[in-house]
Design a protein around this ligand. Structure first.
Ligand code: FAD
Length: 471
């Protein structure tokens, strides 16, 4: 008997509950991927995300082939494609792992009902989260809106799934339909603007495992303090791997726990807590599905997003604001598809406060350019930074990008790496080059002479707008 195993954001063979369920029930799995971006509602995947997915699917196919199987790719719509495949292959069942984006939750529920109505066994499982969103609630039966009590409740209910290696071999299914070549999905960009990505990243399950090992062997030691330093490799860089499900979050936790005793317990606890923020993001998205497009805190619905200058958004996007730490972050993002978390907070604060653009503009740009673009984490991150979110940084706490840079990039190395035209400036000037116009003109010609908005003015404007909101 055959079963379709419908791969989505669970692009791995180890710790894959849908694949495991198909095998345990005695089915020969037929691995399929269906390209249906328009089913993701307003959030069809962005360009960087597509580029990653292309490589990740190729890696999955290679891993399947090594085991005697292979991946078949199809164009959507998903339901019709699954129905056609069921009919053509004689499959009796369809297994998949759940996604939590509102449009996809709805779609998947409908698909499950339709398949079952046709007499097809349709089952979904959890491959992505330590805690599914409906398993935790306050004593009043409402969803948590604050991280700390959410995480405390989660830790009190801590049951980590056991690890399970990928099957050593898989039964082959050699009949049609064959599907299309991966290339035909056109996920990889036609022009290779993503060239530099692949110096930094190896999409796929093996790449994810390597990243985890590199982290537990290296940056984990000292993570609690070093994670805020963009000038060092102080974090795991697991985010795209986790987003695409190339590694299970519980495998990451097991690997961290295995180092307890060797590494500082605080480093391990902090790393697990960061995974907790990922859980919280998915939790909020499930319970508050309107938040990718609307303020979590409706008080901000009347806020005056004045957009200090029409050109400022483009300057921000391209790393030309004249504020070095902001420009460094935006250029790192453009070049590598990733940005350090501390710098994400700085650039987001700058856009939403100094430049007073609605956070949605930033969220959209990140959506298109991040390889780890994730509707849950991106929404949480932007609403947090803008002050409009659940358990957010208060709006009036405006990050000063100069002091942030001095504190977290003390030698100006991160700035010099991503804004190389500033490398000739003495270190203190790299944080605020407008303080010595002459040096800036002679040593870093071409760099903006002053920020798109003066830092003090931007901050005052933001606070004034905020005080109107209160009044
Ligand atoms: P590590 O520090 O090694 O953390 C380990 C893992 O924990 C990460 O891989 C990630 O899965 C999770 N994690 C850590 N911090 C957070 C957090 N604040 N929120 C949610 N999960 C977290 N993360 C995304 O994965 N996708 C996004 O689209 C995204 N957009 C963001 C937008 C803004 C404005 C901000 C401020 C943050 C955003 N983040 C996003 C969260 C965070 O910046 C990244 O997860 C982190 O930088 C990834 O690097 P890492 O894997 O080395 O993290």
């Amino acid at each position: 008997a055959f079963a379709l195993v419908w791969f989505r954001n669970d692009l791995r063979l180890a710790d894959n509950p849908a694949l495991r369920a198909a095998l345990d029930a005695g089915y020969t799995p037929i691995p399929v991927y269906i390209h249906a971006p328009d089913e993701e509602g307003e959030w069809t995947p962005g360009a960087a995300s597509d580029a990653w997915r292309h490589h990740s699917l190729a890696a999955l196919d290679a891993d399947l082939r090594r085991r005697g199987s292979r991946l078949r790719c199809f164009f959507g719509p998903s339901l019709a494609t699954l129905q056609t495949l069921v009919a053509a292959s004689g499959a009796q069942a369809v297994f998949w792992n759940r996604r939590y984006e509102p449009a996809l939750e709805k779609r998947d529920t409908r698909i499950k009902q339709k398949l079952r109505a046709q007499g097809v066994r349709a089952e979904s499982a959890n491959a992505a989260l330590l805690f599914e969103p409906w398993t935790l609630q306050t004593k009043q039966g409402t969803p948590y809106k604050v991280f700390t009590p959410f995480w405390r409740a989660a830790l009190a209910d801590w049951r980590l799934a056991a690890l399970e290696e990928a099957p050593a071999s898989l039964p082959a299914f050699d009949d049609g339909p064959d599907g299309v070549e991966l290339q035909a999905l056109k996920l990889a960009p036609a022009r290779d603007w993503d060239r530099r990505f692949w110096d930094e990243w190896t999409p796929g399950e093996a790449g994810a495992r390597d990243a985890l090992e590199t982290f537990t062997d290296g940056a984990l030691r000292g993570y609690a303090t070093q994670r805020d330093r963009p000038d060092r490799v102080g974090t795991s860089r697991l985010s795209p791997h986790l987003h695409f499900g190339e590694i299970a979050p519980w495998r990451v936790v097991h690997a961290l726990e295995a180092r307890r005793g060797e590494a500082n317990g605080q480093d391990i606890d902090t790393a697990i807590k960061e995974l907790g923020w990922r859980e919280f993001a998915h939790y909020l998205l499930h319970h508050f599905p309107h938040t990718p497009g609307q303020n979590f805190n409706p008080r901000f619905n009347d806020f005056d997003w004045a957009r200090v200058s029409p050109l400022a958004l483009e300057a921000w996007q391209h790393g030309r604001t004249g504020v070095p730490i902001v420009d460094a972050g935006m250029r790192e993002l453009w070049a590598t598809g990733w940005m350090h978390n501390r710098v994400r907070m700085i650039v987001a604060s700058y856009l939403t406060k100094h430049l007073r653009y609605h956070w949605g503009h930033g969220a959209r740009w990140f959506w298109d350019t991040l390889v780890d673009a994730d509707l849950a984490s991106n929404t949480l991150g932007w609403q947090w930074a803008a002050g409009t979110g659940a358990d957010a940084a208060p709006y009036f706490r405006v990050f000063n990008p100069v002091t942030q840079a001095e504190k977290f990039d003390p030698d100006g190395r991160y700035i010099a790496r991503w804004v190389p035209e500033l490398a000739a400036l003495p270190v203190p000037l790299r944080f605020a080059p407008w303080r010595d116009r002459r040096a800036l003109q002679s040593l870093a010609p071409g760099y903006p002479l002053q920020p798109v908005v003066d830092l003090a003015e931007g901050r005052d404007g933001a606070l004034a707008a905020y005080s109107k909101l209160r009044g």
